[in-house]
Every structure is written in C-alpha cells, then in structure tokens.
Design a protein around this ligand. Structure first.
Ligand code: FAD
Ligand code: SF4
Length: 488
C-alpha cells in the first residue's frame, strides 16, 4: 500500500474530455488520460483494503491493489507486468471497459471509488510508449495446430495465449480486417484502430497467422451482418486440418422490431451503420454510406450500441438525435448499501449523450410512417411497467419526425447456421452450449470443438470476451497436451 492516508487526502480525478464542439468534428479519441503525477495520486487512493472486491468485480481478475501500489511507487514496468499477467489487452479495456471493478471498490461503499480504469489506461499507454510491450514467442513449439474462428477480443486473447504455449494458431475472420466488434462496431472515437493493428503485429511475431476474408461455414441468405468474406471454408475442412477448433464468432444476430412500416427505407440495424463509418475512417471508399447529415435521427435502444449511433450521427451533422429506451429512467444515484459491490442500475450519461441527444425513457414504437417508400416519421407511445408487464398509457401516442432510424436493441444470439454447420448444440438462448468449469470447460458436444466469448455467453463485454478467450485457451491447451501451465 503506497500511502496509508491517501484515500482521505485525495479526491477522485476523472479523465478529461476534449470540448464537445472540437471533438464532434472528427472521429479521433478525445479522452485526456491521467499524466504520471495524477496517476500516482489516484493510485494512492487505494486503501489496499485486504479483501479486494475490485479484483473479483473485474472479469479478468486484474490484480488491482498491486498495480496501484506499483504506480504509486512509480515502478511502471512492474505495474505493466502485473497488468499483463491477467489481461492480454489493457489498452482496449483501459479505454472501453465500463469498469465493474470500480462499482466493487471498497472505497465506493461511502466515497468515490478508485479510478482503476484510468490507472490501467495510464499503465498500458506508458508501456507502449516505453517500448516495453514486445513479442513473447514460445521457446518450444508443440507441433499442434489450432484454428480460431473469429478475431474479436475472445479470439485474439485465446490465439495469443495458445501461441505463447507453443501451438501453431491460425485465426479465421470473415471481415477484411482483424478485431471483431473492436474493429467494426465500436466507433473510432471510443477506440482508435491502430491499437488493434499493433497487437496484431505483436501476435504475428509470436507466430499467429491471420486469414481475413474467410467465412467459416455459411450465413443465411438475407442476413444483415458484416461480411466482407471473399471465400468460405467448410467446417469439415477446418476439422481435418487442425488439432482443435475454437469458435469465437460473437453474437451477431440483431434484435428486430417487427412493427408496421419496418420495411421502409431509412430503418437500419445499428450494425449496418456503425461498421460503415469504421471502414470510411480506415480509408475505404463506400458508394452508398448510410449518412445522417441534416436528418432527424431516432435511435431505438438505450444501451452502448445506441449511444455509439448517437455519437456517430452527431459527427455526421444530424439535424436532431433522439434516443428511445423502453424501460423507465433509472435513478441518478444508486442505493449503495443495496447494490455494492455489484454493478448498479443508475442513469448513465455517455460522452455521446453529452454531444447532443434527447433521451426518452419508458417509450415504445408503435409504427413507422413512410412517404414514397422511405421513413418520414415514427409513432410512439408512453409505457408503464406493472408487475413486470408493459402497459401502454392511453392517449399518449405521439408522432415524431424521423428520416433515419437505428435499431440498437441488442443481439439475440450468434448466427445459428455457423453452429449448426459444426453440429454444435445450442443452449436455450441459441448460444453455443459449453460449460465454463469442470473437466470439459469451453468444450462443445463436438469432438475437439470449443467455444468462447459472445458466441458462448451471448452479448456481453470486451473484458468478458478476453476472460473467456484466456480460459478457453487453457482448456484447449489441456486437451492437446494433457496439462496446461496457462493461467485460468
Ligand atoms: C456497437 C457496439 C459497441 C460496444 N461497445 C462496448 C464497449 O464500449 N465496451 C465493452 O466492453 N463492450 C462493448 N460492446 C460489446 C463487445 O464489443 C463484445 O462483447 C465483444 O466484442 C465480444 O467479443 P467476441 O470476441 O466474443 O466477439 P466479436 O467481437 O463479435 O467478434 C466476433 C468475430 O467473429 C467473426 N465471425 C463470426 N462468424 C464467423 C465465421 N463463421 N467465420 C469467420 N469469422 C466469423 C465476426 O466477423 C467478428 O469479427 C459493444 C458492442 C457493440 C455492438
Ligand atoms: S478490465 Fe475493466 S473491470 Fe477489469 S480492472 Fe480494467 S476497467 Fe476494471
């Protein structure tokens, strides 16, 4: 513990943001991270409370009190090693993790929690700056081969762990670039994509092969998911060529809103819209990009994906942006004795909301109204929730102008056809069925086929995907070698 009285002396300091009028003009990151001395002071707020709930609140179990202490002592290299011992990609989580660790921090019981995420961010950025993040190729090769299907955070974490254990790893990705939703989905202003590129370079130096533009199995004909594949690979060929296969294809099937008028032009899934902007930011030329310039935009869905549509629409120059949420507005502050150390439901205002957005709660969409085949307006109705049931409020119907509508109501499951082509059993929600503990952890019902990340657990978070990728890598290593020294 760095400073015994630190938590009483120092206030929490949030990372800063560049001003709204400046940042909405571009797609670059705008968070101003802590400098060295600020990070030291923030780390000094850690009480080293003895029962670090933050450590179990963090899905990868980052060893938070230890790296706080090391940052306080300004031993940044050791802090980086501690962070990397549990997390392959802290530059991703340090930017876009919602930080459940902070909800669980003991100081959060009656004060502001330690700024764990901002300290993590400072450690990894310093690590890259100093040149401390280098390839760690396995000293001995095992002669075993593993195919990883999907290059999101789960696939990347698994591939890195497996390569470091000495296996020959090939990652197959249907899109034209590596990264899953980190690349195509999460806007560049939340996380610039060079962070992925430099990890890919590191992993290639560790022996991982990336095959982009390869769709494993097939997709249903009319499905609207990102797919820039130029070739397909049947599961039987993959199974014949590799000693083990790990499925990390995410949960891409979007939730639809089948109300009258859904077929009108101008109504899109969020994941039709967001990846296009990522592509344009990468320098690709798109002929028919969905653009929000001068339009009245309604985003249906109050979560992160919806918020990303808000931020992107404002950068396009939308005339107005409104976001709908079906549930009532949550309280501004949580009831800490009731919620701590768990993730509380409370009103969360994202940086995208701050850039300009009307937020409507307890509101449902009844109908899309069109003109010449294009959406022009949306009919909404207020709702109340009684005994878990949604009831429309009589007489509360309203028509709002809508030139562009984004459906951001979450994802129901992975794409069923991919799992079916492998013969993998699904759970009740349509996810790949595999347990996370026991002798057959992450193993599916099909011999030598494993599953992890959103494809196994359903729509989740980057930090959970990293955890599952790491744990699945250990399970695959055990399967191939009979034992594993990879951390779980
Ligand atoms: C818009 C948006 C914003 C988000 N923001 C955040 C955030 O701020 N913080 C956070 O923690 N989480 C966020 N999430 C959630 C997070 O991105 C996911 O939980 C996480 O990326 C899941 O990782 P994954 O590796 O399991 O799958 P994914 O990241 O979905 O990657 C799966 C990859 O597999 C590929 N693939 C699928 N099937 C095949 C196939 N048959 N053949 C070849 N390739 C295939 C896909 O193309 C994709 O690249 C967000 C999600 C979305 C949609
Ligand atoms: S990965 Fe997320 S939960 Fe874990 S320490 Fe970092 S910010 Fe907290």
């Amino acid at each position: 513990m760095g400073k015994i009285t630190g938590f009483m002396e120092f206030e929490r300091l949030e990372e800063g943001y560049r001003p709204v009028d400046e940042r909405v003009k571009h797609y670059k990151e705008f968070v101003i991270g802590l400098d060295e001395s600020q990070a030291k002071v923030q780390a000094a707020r850690c009480m080293d409370c003895g029962t670090p709930f933050c450590n179990s609140g963090c899905p990868v179990n980052n060893i938070i009190p230890d790296f706080n202490d090391l940052v306080f002592r300004q031993d940044w290299k050791q802090a980086l090693d501690t962070l990397h011992s549990t997390n392959n990609f802290p530059e991703f989580t340090g930017r876009i993790c919602p930080a459940p660790c902070e909800a669980a921090c003991t100081l959060n019981v009656n004060d502001d929690p330690v700024g764990i995420k901002s300290i993590e961010h400072a450690i990894i950025d310093r690590g890259w700056q100093e040149g401390w993040v280098v390839p760690q190729p396995a000293p001995v090769k095992t002669g075993k081969s593993v195919a990883v299907v999907g290059s999101g955070p789960a696939g990347l974490a698994a591939a890195q762990q497996l390569a470091r254990a000495g296996h020959a790893v090939t990652v197959f990705e249907k899109n034209d670039r590596v990264g899953g939703l980190l690349r195509y989905g999460i806007p560049d202003f939340k996380m610039e994509k060079h962070h992925i590129d430099r990890r890919v370079e590191q992993m290639q130096a560790e022996g991982v092969t990336f095959k982009t533009g390869v769709l494993v199995a097939e997709l249903p004909a009319a499905i609207k998911v990102t797919n820039w594949a130029k070739q397909t690979m049947p599961p039987k060929d993959l199974l014949a060529a590799f000693d083990a296969v790990l499925l990390t294809g995410g949960a891409e099937q979007p939730r639809d809103l089948p109300v009258p008028g859904r077929e009108l032009d101008g109504i899109h899934f969020a994941m039709e819209f967001l990846p296009q902007q990522n592509k344009v930011n990468a320098g690709d030329v798109l002929k028919n990009q969905i653009r929000a310039d001068g339009k009245h935009v309604i985003v249906i869905g109050g979560g992160d994906t919806g918020s990303d549509c808000v931020g992107t629409s404002n950068r396009h120059g939308a005339a107005s942006v409104t976001q709908f949420e079906l549930m009532p507005q949550p309280p501004e502050h949580e009831n800490k004795p009731l919620t701590w150390p768990y993730w509380p439901i409370k009103l969360r205002t994202s940086s995208s909301h701050e850039e300009g957005c009307e937020r409507e709660f307890a509101i449902a969409t009844k109908e899309f109204i069109g003109e010449s085949g294009r959406v022009k307006a949306l009919k909404s109705v207020r709702v109340e929730w009684k005994d878990g049931k949604m009831i429309e409020v009589p007489g509360s119907e309203k028509v709002l102008p809508a030139d562009l509508v984004f459906l951001a109501m979450g994802f129901v499951s992975p794409i069923g056809s991919v799992l079916e082509a492998f013969g993998v059993d699904k759970d009740a929600r349509g996810n790949a069925k595999a347990a996370t503990d026991g002798e057959r952890s992450y193993a599916t019902n099909v011999a030598k086929v494993f599953a992890a990340g959103d494809m196994r657990r359903g729509q989740s978070l980057v930090v959970w995907a990293i955890r599952e990728g790491r744990q699945a890598a250990r399970a695959v290593d055990e399967f191939l070698m009979g034992a594993s020294t990879l951390p779980r």
